[in-house]
Design a protein around this ligand. Structure first.
Ligand code: ADE
Length: 237
């Protein structure tokens, strides 16, 4: 049964979906890590693929940028395609010099100024948690394969470019305890909660709002491989 944004049949999508923001990264992951790959979606070029990793079926699909976009795709995957688990894999900007470029962050929870959850279900708080068991599994997997993850509160922002007269990264860090910023997890965690599913978010620090360091495209590619290994090894457990 196709939905407005995903042209696939139910059985074509695995129970576990890894979700990068960029659909071309989804293709890269499928090409690099999965076997017996079949593409299940190309509507709006939001590519989705299903294949096997170490013999277990896994799907990978782009989410697009921002909460409205991941809100649509995660809702359709959970509700209409019987997906049970979505692990977002993305990039984030550091709000503290305790985080270096390429560090891995596992979202302990997501704070947001977004009205997504209020508009979607009437949820009126500004923090949403991922699935605790899934987080524990990802943290444990990372340790077992020798990768360090920082489990902290993250900021899911609606805005990439802020004007100077509004709260900046210092306030988000000091007032809300957010160590880094991305733009999707609050909506993903919300959808998982209202639909009784599981979600988590693993991030690689790609830039710093403190030091103004940025990564090159090539550096991002290599560092994302680390995050991918943690996500894939977690997904098959
Ligand atoms: N993702 C990666 N870097 C980001 C930033 N600086 N702001 C929002 N999302 C991001």
């Amino acid at each position: 049964m196709a939905t407005p944004h995903i042209q696939a049949e139910k059985g074509q999508i695995a129970k576990v979906v890894l979700m990068p923001g960029d659909p071309l990264r989804a293709k890269f992951i499928a090409d690099t890590y999965l076997e017996d790959v079949k593409q299940f979606n190309s509507v709006r070029n939001m590519f989705g693929f299903t294949g096997t990793y170490k013999g277990k079926e896994i799907s990978v699909m782009g989410s697009g940028m921002g909460m409205p976009s991941i809100g649509i795709y995660s809702y359709e995957l959970f509700k209409f395609f019987d997906v049970e688990v979505i692990i977002r894999i993305g990039s984030a900007g550091a709000y503290t010099d305790n985080l270096n470029l390429f560090d891995l962050v596992l979202a302990k929870d997501a704070w947001s100024e977004s009205s997504f959850a209020l508009a979607q279900s009437g949820y009126d708080k500004d923090v949403i948690e991922p699935n605790r068991e899934l987080n524990a599994l990802i943290a444990d997997t990372a340790t077992k394969i020798g990768k360090t993850v920082h489990e902290n509160t993250i900021h899911s922002s609606d805005v990439f470019y802020h004007e100077d007269n509004v709260d900046g990264h210092v306030e988000f860090y000091e007032k809300h305890g957010c160590v880094c910023v991305e733009m999707e997890s609050f909506a993903l965690f919300h959808n998982a909660q209202i639909l009784g599913k599981k979600a988590a978010c693993l991030l690689t620090i790609s830039d710093s709002l403190v030091t103004h360091e940025v990564t090159t495209a090539e550096q991002r590619q290599n560092s994302f491989n680390e995050m991918m290994e943690v996500a894939l090894e977690s997904a098959i457990k």
